[in-house]
Design a protein around this ligand. Sequence first.
Ligand SMILES: Cc1cc2nc3c(=O)[nH]c(=O)nc-3n(C[C@H](O)[C@H](O)[C@H](O)COP(=O)(O)OP(=O)(O)OC[C@H]3O[C@@H](n4cnc5c(N)ncnc54)[C@H](O)[C@@H]3O)c2cc1C
Length: 574
Amino acid sequence: VTITQTSQLATLTYDYIIIGAGTAGLVVANRLTEDGKTTVLVLEAGVSDEGVIPAIAPFLGPTLTPNTPYDWNYTVVPQKGMHGRTFSYPRGRLLGGSSSANYMVHQYGSDEDWDRFANLTRDPGWAWKNVKNYVQKHEKIVPANDGHNTAGQFIPSLHGFDGEVSVSLPGFNLSIDARVMATTGQLPEFPYNEDTSGGDHSLLGIGFVQSSIGKGVRSSSSTSYLANANSRPNLTVLINATVVKLLQSGKKGALKSFRSVQFSSSPDSVTMTVKARKEVILSAGTIGTTQILQLSGIGNSADLKALKIPVLINNPAVGANLIDHVLLPNVFNVKDGESLDNFLRDPNLLGPAIDEWTANKTGIIANSVANTFGFARLPSNSTIFKTVADPASGPKSPHWEIIVSDFWIYPGVAQPATGSFLTLITALISSTSRGTIKLQSTNPFDKPLIDPNYLTTEFDIVALRESVKASKRFVAAPAWADYVISPFGRLSATSDIDIDNYIRDVASTVFHPVGTAAMSSSSSKSGVVDQNLLVKGADGLRIVDASVFPFIPSTHTQGPVYPLAERASDLIKV
Ligand SMILES: Cc1cc2nc3c(=O)[nH]c(=O)nc-3n(C[C@H](O)[C@H](O)[C@H](O)COP(=O)(O)OP(=O)(O)OC[C@H]3O[C@@H](n4cnc5c(N)ncnc54)[C@H](O)[C@@H]3O)c2cc1C
């Protein structure tokens, strides 16, 4: 059951306590309560997702963040690689976590990414060969919402059809889709990719977006894993409950035990303590998990001492190694009338579309915000590889991404009153810059200092620069000749220095932070968790969320989190 008040808790002791009802947390909550004898309490800081229309209607998803009650409303500290800019850093703060607030692109990383996790942890259980079984368990491919024939748009044998989260191909045809497909036939640089989910199949090339959408509504960890388990009497999900710290509950040999959790419903409320008989599972996401570890005295001793936090486990890897993808909106002026810009500006068009979705869950509002995208690598003879080792997981894994959007997208800049636009978002995928998450104070309700340290390596700026040049080659295909007019604004830059300055002035986040509680093998002195996701130096404490990825998967990150959490559930059960 989902409850809203601490007074509704039947007991203060459970077999497992899961912190965060997000993407990973609700997978684990579902799997552990399959056994009716196992009791689980999930503590979630945010609110319910029930009836929250922008969390349900796919096209409205981007209005859920930033700066709303459903967002943690973080910002990044001034970014030196971005001319000192700071900007919003959204994270879902509602049931389902970021799976209820994200843009629903759904893929699983490359097989090379997972094999690299297996190598780093010396655990073949993390290799793609094994992880793909968990993808099958997780995924439920459903028909595209407009009922179009999807033959040739994905490869059924790569997918699961009986899992929990619904995944579908675009459900509303956009006029630019045909131009994108024509481009793949016209430019060898951008071949067609018949399936963009990753895994065994190469991510390289341009294809159709697969989204966590079914029957015209978002499929999140809440609408799937939680909805299918919420009636179990052995599962309790408490919302409006912010975990403020873990308490040491004893010792096991040299290890410190952490089976007590303190939480509070607001900065002014009293704190309550709940206890786990077996384990505490931290699934508060990359930001939340890092903050809770540090508040509990698990982190870099120098940083903790500076805030007078007693150091229980000194581990400088906590909060270090923050990695993210970088987003760059490359906007082109296009022939008037064909893009979605007029639709988005005109309440007389948008209103009826929302009414159609409300009545039938059909039309454009039932669709995600992009239908086509793809991934690419820098040429192997690029000068950068003379001085920098290729950071991708292997030759099938991309360096950068391109997302084709039928309207104005420019984070932080409102759509102009007139004009039609094509936005080719390019994103840095194999990022090599590394940042940090640190506490600002000992107050758990203060936001931490988030420093992704973007674009501070030569590789990262070179890869994004090449993506800008490639975006212009993309629209130079004959398919766009009667449509694209010119690059908008500073996208017209041609010299490397001008392109770099444009990137540093405009780029932002793709919302994919990982790495601050990295996994490594139990024998390795680096990292925060071992191959079983148990916190090093601790007893009874595991981390299951995006923070454990030691490097960033080469796709959008919700897909990799799901099989991670599925396998973690099996590891917890043994
Ligand atoms: C705006 C946006 C767009 C995105 N678009 C995509 C996309 O299109 N495709 C894709 O694959 N990925 C996308 N992502 C990224 C993806 O959603 C995340 O990588 C993934 O959901 C992270 O899962 P998680 O379990 O690690 O954390 P989350 O799903 O964020 O879960 C963490 C949960 O813990 C809760 N929590 C945090 N701190 C506390 C605390 N102290 N006490 C109690 N509860 C706490 C949070 O409220 C949240 O519910 C996007 C993310 C955002 C924010």
